[in-house]
Design a binder for this molecule. Sequence first.
Ligand code: WTA
Length: 649
Amino acid sequence: MSEQQKVYPVQAEFSAKALINKEQYQAMYDQSVQDPEGFWSEQGKRIDWIKPYSKVKNVSFDNHNVDIKWFENGTLNASANCLDRHLETRGDQVAIIWEGDNPEQDEKITYRDLYTRVCKFSNALKEQGVRKGDVVTIYMPMIPEAAVAILACARIGAVHSVVFGGFSPDAIAGRIVNSDSRIVITADQGRRGGKAVPLKENVDEALTHPDVKTVERVIVVKCTGGDIAWHDHRDVWFHEITEPASDVCAPEEMKAEDPLFILYTSGSTGAPKGLKHTTGGYMVYASMTHQYVFDYQEGDIYWCTADVGWITGHSYIIYGPLANGATTLMFEGVPSYPTHSRFGDVVDKHQVNILYTAPTAVRALMAQGNDVMGNTKRDSLRLLGSVGEPINPEAWEWYHKNIGNGQCPIVDTWWQTETGGILITPLPGATDLKPGSATLPFFGVQPALVDAEGKELEGATEGNLILKDSWPGQARSIWGDHERFVQTYFSTYLGSYFTGDGARRDEDGYYWITGRVDDVINVSGHRMGTAEIESAMVAHKDVAEAAVVGYPHDIKGQGIYIYLTLNEGVEASDDLRKELVKWVRKEIGPIATPDLIQFSSGLPKTRSGKIMRRILRKIAANECDGLGDTSTLADPSVVDSLIDERLNR
Ligand code: WTA
């Protein structure tokens, strides 16, 4: 039997205790697509509303008028849903378990503590002049203050824009300019794998960018106590403004469609786009998916290893779990520090029941061998999850056996920054698992596969993945550029949302995501636009032209392969290669570090000057036999020299 046909049926014992079993899944799914209004009207009640909604769904995917509204006449506050409503029933329960990069450091924060810390910081933000509707940029390490900052913004109606701590000063500057942000919250330094990350220094540099004109305040958390520069007119310490603040702060009444946050992500063209997520539908969807996909039950200790800088951290470390009154673990460190058994150590130490991580982390551990988890037991685990990129069946099996002791179902969850929450996934008590498949749609989600012309394909087949109707967690727009939103997602296949992913559907209706079909690559679960890396490359004085493609990489999923032509008179050398690697890290951030740079005398172009990436992808993947038709190239001989000079691995 091939790996792809292997099935792990739902465990009867698991199913008996699960929130949703097979029959319930089918019945609820059917209702969710036959009567979305009725279904979501009921589900919306899982959130506390200040003023209840009466209008549930009001959506148009028509590309002349894309307009997405859920629960539109209701009002609520997201932070009150994560905090206030739990005080009476679970004030003393731990909301956040914080585990430091240093294994000696941890902290447990109850719902009441978290509430108080959020209220105090909310008042401090107001004191600093932050008002409802302002955009606050958050560039922080994985420390409790990051959660406090996010929830405080939500409490006072400010829109947070979290920038991942691995991004460069230039990337921060671009996001600040795009969102007209007046306030930045950061820390002196972060810690990762025993090393300090210069967060404040990066912010200082970002703010020297000539286009950054809006920032009035930088609020700095003292995290490591490391040396930093200080600008009296602009910088304030988090603790100095928070300690004296009142611990009472009434949550702002927000409309369901008021923005909750912006999160930037890469696309196939142009600069990263700020997806706009709103309050009501997002909260309903994050909370519901967190509960059902992870079968979250009272008392479970839940750990999502993502960074709050990504959508996974927003929906499944903060908003979903806290709305559900869960205990959510927040980890500052990395899986390889101090040793490669760290995941196991943390699971045992805090008796984690649910672990949600990325295939790249699994593959990195797998590369260390089967005894990498050392003496850890991991017997508290009952469920595993995967997110961010396709998980290959071999990694799935290894995760199942070596992390989950062969006992735990794995939920392979497919979704995107744009979708706000998980869309295609098993429910652990309801879905038979096939390693490598994200399986079936969540409630209300209607995936379909189409060919290049947009014709819907039936049955077992492969095509481009679209979504035929809306779900409450969907992004509503691109910040400041609705037209780009329409162009990117609603103009390829009219009347549907285009995901940018390809997928296969098997005879059981299971979806197997095959990866991006656009010029986006997925490196260690991080989404990157090839165009973004190319424009960083050509900004270097020695580079004439650049083409970036992904290629299969054992641990990262995809690696970054760059073809470069240099300016006249510039000599290709290893030193130059090193300098260019450094250059990209500075322009975008370490996550965009090129794996391979090939200098070439030319790039394969059509007669109209378009670079034929299809050919470059094949060469990068060492698949030089099936290059297809190259006769339309302006100069077909370029291909031979590219093959001759390709980087052997
Ligand atoms: C990919 C992360 C296969 C996909 C939540 C998508 C996946 C992109 C999976 C979104 C999965 C995410 N299986 N591919 N389970 N999950 N992807 O916006 O290509 O950072 O379009 O959101 O990651 O990445 P993003």
